[in-house]
Design a protein around this ligand. Structure first.
Ligand code: ZN
Length: 198
């Protein structure tokens, strides 16, 4: 029977995505065994992240600085904005290294079921960026789910009045596909073959 502190650590780890109670117990056992080395390293890394994480005021990315590394990179093409549902999608797309523009994180998707309305998403920020000018293309990179596509159509309507090209990812995406589960090749293909929204 483990102590209360060890149990608390196990259950905190077990709540992480990809870890269940069994993996969490194994991780804790590892940390207990390596308390001289692995434990301080993990603790330092967690504290460093906790102290420095910020949400980018421009795109909503989470990074250790604000504006984030992407928005403040002069090599990125600010004329092209790729709109994603979540930070995880941004990271997945950026790992694919095919998109050289910038991003905009909505913070979710429209959902009647979950009561998510347009005003709950970072849509005003997106419209403001487009309205400020200098944007040629908005890529709607929503998940290939019903809610993702509903969100994409809503955004396309809101962007209609601006002189900006609106495209969406090619539907090589599996139906119901969540971007951050796709391999980089599939994602790169969907980006490369992006097509006008219609
Ligand atoms: Zn940013």
């Amino acid at each position: 029977m483990a102590s209360q502190e060890i149990e608390a650590l196990s259950s905190a780890l077990a709540r992480l995505p990809g870890l269940g109670p069994r993996s969490a117990r194994r991780a804790v056992l590892h940390l207990v065994k390596k308390r001289e080395t692995a434990l301080p390293a993990l603790l330092d890394a967690l504290l460093a992240v906790q102290d420095t994480l910020e949400e980018c005021r421009i795109c909503g990315n989470v990074d250790t600085r604000d504006p984030c590394g992407i928005c403040s990179d002069p090599k990125r093409d600010a004329k092209s904005i790729c709109v994603v549902e979540d930070v995880a999608d941004l990271w997945a797309l950026d790992r694919a290294k095919l998109f050289s523009g910038t991003y905009h994180v909505l913070g979710g998707r429209l959902s009647a079921l979950d009561g998510v309305r347009p005003e709950d998403l970072a849509i005003p920020g997106l419209l403001a960026r487009v309205e400020a000018g200098g944007v040629d293309e908005v890529v709607l990179a929503m998940n290939a789910t019903l809610e993702g596509q509903t969100t994409a159509h809503y955004l396309a309507e809101r962007l209609e009045d601006f002189s900006v090209r609106i495209t969406q990812l090619a539907h090589g995406l599996p139906v119901g596909g969540e971007l951050d589960y796709l391999d980089e090749g599939t994602l790169a293909q969907a980006l490369r073959a992006r097509r006008p929204m219609g």
